[in-house]
Design a protein around this ligand. Structure first.
Ligand SMILES: [Zn+2]
Length: 214
């Protein structure tokens, strides 16, 4: 068993002190992923955070603008421990073929562009997923572990993938918004004055001021 970890790694090694949720309390409930360690996405105000707290207002975690997100990765750590039995002389001996217990942990690393920290890494599962595959049939063979047969493993993998996809979508949306803002404005015919006009920053006709866009 390993305790769920949540680390905000800083390049300077100092504890992060970013913007706090308390400053601008969200009016709508953010989208939430995970149980013990949650990733929260606020579509309306375009921020996200990672917290282990049940009450966001009490915990007051650091929150990050969507624009700070640069990437996300899911890692699955596998470790194995040999299981032994007691031999005739009371000492532990290996089974033949040897038997292992496998242990899995899912980690998500969120990469951010921020003056306070570079990445947020946390464990998806609150405790390690331990799997003991059935013993190998013949001596000399090692029992293969297929963790996909374990429901807890599959659920954790699914959750990790959901978080990765949600954050990838955020990153995509931010990039699209930047591209839209940078794209040259198209000339349109104003329905009010009939002029061919390139709408101004607020989407209005440059001649009569009528709202041409939106
Ligand atoms: Zn006009």
């Amino acid at each position: 068993m390993t305790a769920a970890a949540l680390r905000w790694r800083t390049s300077s090694g100092s504890w992060p002190t970013g913007r706090k949720t308390g400053a601008g309390r969200p009016s709508s409930a953010p989208r939430s992923y995970g149980e013990d360690c949650k990733v929260l996405l606020d579509e309306e105000h375009r921020w996200f955070t990672v917290t282990r707290a049940r009450d966001l207002a009490d915990a007051n975690p650091d929150i990050l603008d969507y624009t700070a997100l640069t990437g996300c990765r899911v890692d699955i750590d596998e470790s194995r421990t040999e299981q032994k039995r007691e031999g005739p002389d009371g000492k532990e001996v290996s089974y033949n073929p040897p038997r292992y217990e496998y242990s899995y942990d899912f980690y998500i690393t969120i990469f951010v562009n921020n003056p306070y920290f570079d990445e947020i890494r946390f464990q998806v599962n609150s405790s390690s997923i331990d799997i003991t595959p059935p013993p190998a049939m013949r001596p000399g063979m090692t029992a293969r572990c297929n963790p996909e047969t374990n429901v807890e493993y599959r659920n954790c993998k699914k959750l990790g993938e959901e978080i990765r996809q949600a954050l990838t979508q955020v990153r995509k949306d931010v990039r699209e918004k930047i591209e839209q803002a940078a794209a040259p404005k198209m000339a349109v015919t104003c329905p009010y004055c009939g002029a061919t006009t390139t709408p101004d920053a607020s989407g209005c006709c440059e001649y009569c001021g009528g709202a041409v866009n939106g």
